[in-house]
Unconditional design. Structure first.
Lengths: 312, 299
């Protein structure tokens, strides 16, 4: 009896070892592939041979508290390339694998403020820092200090990396539900967790909308009046129903059936559930405007659902 | 989510029923009548001097020494700075000066030396003094310290709203990421760890050329610094950060011409008060003593 048992155990161990080797090979291939996106030289700046790589566990060895921003998304790893040129500021290029194009967009949207810079699928340049997203990658290239030559090198480097990432990725579908009229396009944020909601619009200490890794949320501001529109998609309709109830109880208990209330600063808050979605409007100048925004999202949801039905 | 205890929401801050500082940090202004005067419990010295730095940011060591001396004598109501410093440290003390080395905006060397000079003037031997930031856990002096002096610049921070006096002690924990949860809400807890609890004799929040705005992690942009040329000095780190944030709010309002909340909100300052009892975050309980240059004081 020992013989077959040993054989089975040996087979299991061999199988496990092969699986581990495959996984390791896969990781190595990915790292090599990511490395190929970044040139070794740009306008006289040369990268050091050693490239650092950090994952979800080791990210804080590289970044301090702000590393949490990446962990709010499906961050997998980051490769860090340091470029140097004599008598010029050094350039740091970071290539983040965010797991999906949606989360690459999400982390890009987290800190976006200005106009698009025309690189990748969305980009921004400010104060010696150029960030863009393309496919599942989020790329940040920063300068020690800005000089005209270094600024050009950063832009050329970003363009080169973006060109080498051959595929593109879809933006989060959730953004399609945001009505376009009055939308401040640079204000759109995409995320999953309540701490990110609180970062952009402090709502409550507790997670009153039941946000989490499985939920998708889009937050945007609308003019006039800087009204905030939040649209959350839950995995199931029942979860959306529970989330709405939790929100109404904690935030606008006086709203009752109407789902809207005027709050202490004279602005209006309104919330509604539609299928697996919860739509919330904050800081609306009037109740009618809040309800109009919610209605506009509902219309978009119906419109897109009909389109889907029509598509064979 | 269970809501067995009362959830604090944005509306509570609007009502002014909870901490006014937090409301201000979020760009919210509670109803005026809710802000009532309370007995002052802690003093913060704000001292400014137009000559402390030149247009290129080069610091005059003599001027910063004078500012520190004036602030400390005012804080402890003494005539001579050394008399005041003798209240803070004793000759037998082992003193750690906790600075900050963040590249674009470190604790100025001139200030570090000004502090060290006065600690020595108070009788502490040079061999028992160390200035450090990221190496404090490996340092023998910091490990045995009987007195700490905390000095760093104020700046906006991507994950805690601002980096100020409270946040400067994160290097005293082996795994700083343990304190990152919910935008660093419990940084105040670090101040109650045995390594530091009760040892901090003085806090200096450097406001010479602070960074009042930034987005994202790589966010140093000189566009958002200005030569305020000030120091905030006191014994209460929470009060210093509270006053610093108020100055930032005023600066941001002047610069952006509209309310622009700090992101993320600086709730770690409030919780350092309400949860961890490290100091006071209630502006009504803080007496701000303004010395020196008044132009553009913002508070």
């Amino acid at each position: 009896m020992i013989g077959p048992r040993l054989t089975t155990a040996f087979a299991v161990i061999t199988c496990l070892a092969a699986m581990l080797a495959c996984a390791a090979n896969e990781r190595d291939r990915e790292i090599i592939s990511m490395r190929e996106y970044v040139p070794s030289e740009m306008n006289g700046w040369k990268t050091q041979d050693e490239v650092e790589t950090y994952n979800r566990e080791s990210i804080f060895d590289y970044i301090d508290g702000a590393g949490e921003v990446y962990l709010m998304y499906d961050f997998r790893k980051v490769m860090v390339f340091r470029f140097a040129k004599a008598d010029q500021p050094y350039i740091l290029a970071e290539l983040f694998d965010m797991g999906s194009p949606q989360d690459a967009f999400g982390v890009f949207s987290h800190a976006r403020e200005g106009e698009d810079h025309g690189i990748g699928q969305g980009s921004e340049y400010r104060g010696g820092l150029l960030c863009f997203w393309k496919s599942k990658f989020f790329v940040c290239i920063s300068l020690e200090r800005e000089t005209p030559e270094a600024k050009k090198a950063v832009q050329d480097l970003a363009g080169n990396i973006a060109e080498k990432i051959k595929t593109t990725g879809a933006r989060p579908e959730l953004l399609d539900y945001l009505p376009s009229e009055g939308l401040e396009s640079n204000s759109v944020r995409y995320f999953h967790k309540h701490t990110t909601l609180n970062y952009h619009y402090y709502t409550a200490g507790e997670n009153i909308l039941n946000l989490g890794p499985q939920t998708e949320a889009a937050l945007a501001t609308y003019q006039p009046g800087e009204t905030y529109l939040l649209c959350v998609r839950y995995p199931e309709q029942e979860q959306a129903k529970e989330a709405l109830s939790s929100f109404l109880t904690a935030y606008i208990p006086e709203a009752e059936e109407s789902g809207s209330a005027e709050i202490e600063d004279g602005k209006w808050v309104a919330a509604k559930q539609e299928r697996a979605f919860v739509i919330v409007v904050f800081d609306a100048p009037t109740e009618a405007y809040a309800q109009d925004l919610i209605k506009a999202v509902e219309d978009r949801l119906s419109e897109l659902a009909s389109e889907e039905r029509r598509t064979p | 989510m269970t809501q067995s205890k009362k959830t604090i929401t944005r509306r509570d801050f609007l009502r002014g029923t909870t901490c006014a500082t937090f409301a201000l940090a979020m760009g919210l202004f509670p109803e005026e009548e809710k802000i009532v005067e309370l007995p002052k419990k802690t003093s913060v010295i704000l001292i400014r001097d137009p000559d402390v730095m030149d247009a290129k940011g080069r610091i005059d060591g003599k001027v910063i020494q004078r500012m520190l001396d004036e602030a400390v004598t005012a804080l402890f109501e003494k005539k001579e700075p050394v008399e005041a410093w003798k209240l803070l440290v004793k000759p037998e003390d082992i003193v750690g000066i906790k600075s900050n080395v963040w590249g674009p905006l470190p604790t100025p060397k001139e200030l570090e030396q000004a502090i060290k000079r006065r600690v020595m003037d108070a009788g502490v031997q040079e061999k028992n003094i160390e200035i450090d930031d990221r190496g404090v856990l490996q340092s023998k002096i910091f490990g045995q310290a009987t007195a700490l002096i905390n000095a760093r610049p104020l700046r906006t921070h991507a994950w805690s709203g601002v980096g100020g006096c409270i946040k400067n002690y994160i290097m005293f924990v082996p795994r700083p990421s343990k304190f990152h949860g919910n935008s660093c809400e419990d940084l105040g807890a670090i101040w109650n760890l045995p390594l530091v609890k009760g040892k901090t004799k003085l806090n200096i929040l450097v406001m010479l050329e602070p960074l009042f705005h930034g987005v994202g992690r790589h966010h140093f942009d000189a566009t958002y610094t200005w030569q305020y040329k000030g120091l905030l000095v006191g014994t209460d780190p929470v009060a210093l950060d509270t006053v610093g944030v108020r100055i930032f709010q005023a600066k941001r309002l002047a610069y952006f011409e509209k309310e622009r909340p700090l992101k993320p909100p600086t709730h770690h300052i409030v919780f350092a008060d309400t949860r961890h009892k490290v100091g006071t975050s209630d502006l009504r309980k803080i007496e701000i003593v303004k010395l020196g240059w008044k132009e553009g004081v913002l508070i």
